[in-house]
Design a protein around this ligand. Sequence first.
Ligand code: HEM
Length: 386
Amino acid sequence: MAVHVVDSIDLQLARDIERDPFEAFDAHIDMDPFWAKEGDFYDGGFWVIGKFDQCRELLQDAETFQSEVFTEEPLLPSFAQPPELQKLRQVLLPHLSRRKTVGAEDRVRELANHYIDAFAAAGSCDLVADFAQHFPIAVFAELYGIANDKRAEFRQLAEKYLHSVGAERDSAWESIRAIVRGELQERRGNPRGDLLSGIANGEIDGAPIEMAICVNLAATVFLGGLDTLPSALGWTFRYLATHEDARRRVREQPETVPAMVEEFLRLYPVVAKERRRLSRDVDFHGVPMKAGDRVVALLSLANRDEVEFPNARTADFDRTVNRHITFGVGPHRCLGSHLARSELTIALQEWHRRIPDYRISDPSKIRFHGGIIAMSTLPLEWATAT
Ligand code: HEM
């Protein structure tokens, strides 16, 4: 097959862009694997894959398409290879299981209401700044096991990390790692039943895990949930604020919210791309790829592939099959998916119980940014009882 080549592709996207990034990616929909000569990730070019089946195939083959370390401290398990990968995941899995998440539901509901209390009577809020960026961090601080007296500091650092760039962001990240290291050290030999205790007292091949690895594991789990959930909440509420029928469905059929959440996750995969590097030469669907080549799987296109999802660009809350790959697929599949689904479901149910109807007060203010695909603000307003 002749290789299609594009000169340049912008996948990282700047801040404060006016165009919906998912629509920008759609320009490459239905394309066979192609080579981008330039882009924002790699000097010397890289392959771009956007079809559903092909993205699944490459993500499932972690030995051929390997994760690549591109930070100073390796994010673990993200940058690990089999068989270490599975061993590291085993340490985290029991603490992020569906059973654990179900057990935490009542407390997650309380936390959602705590934040809604702050603005429900006011008749307006910025969904991003007033809710989406607080609620998931608060839930996570509890699950993680950050002590009560340190939660405020931890939340402030997490929010500083989210809102800042450059040196300020680096310094917030270093402070977060320092807190995490201290908390892990306190729990070594003294477990408290939380996620950090599980990591600090975890074993690999019958031996305690090195503290440096514990810190990298704990930091990655923290990072995994930090930007993703706030962004997913933003996209979900933007859709709901502009679709009366969907708001009614949440209110009148709250039991269908989990299926709605799946469809929002499919349409808005906030981690829109995954990067890999080839460990060997392969013929990938007629395209010759070489060991060392870099590859980007565009999850956002895969989730909008008409072959897998008829009427793919439309939200269909009654889809009977919805195998979206928003959480990835294969050996590196997201470990936080149960928590993410639970938080999104609870946020929708509680919000609509308290604030049944609302709209975007000033759509012209909405700006988007790349990395984790998000919007910087979502101003909402609603009628209040007078
Ligand atoms: C809507 C929310 C979320 C989305 C869309 C999302 C998406 C993803 C994706 C696409 C991957 C990479 C899969 C791959 O490399 O093939 C991933 C990995 C990961 N996520 Fe999430 N995630 C979300 C929430 C969370 C949360 C809440 C946590 C933590 C509690 C978390 C923890 C992780 C971890 C630890 C990994 C690394 C897994 C590995 O490499 O083995 N994620 N996530």
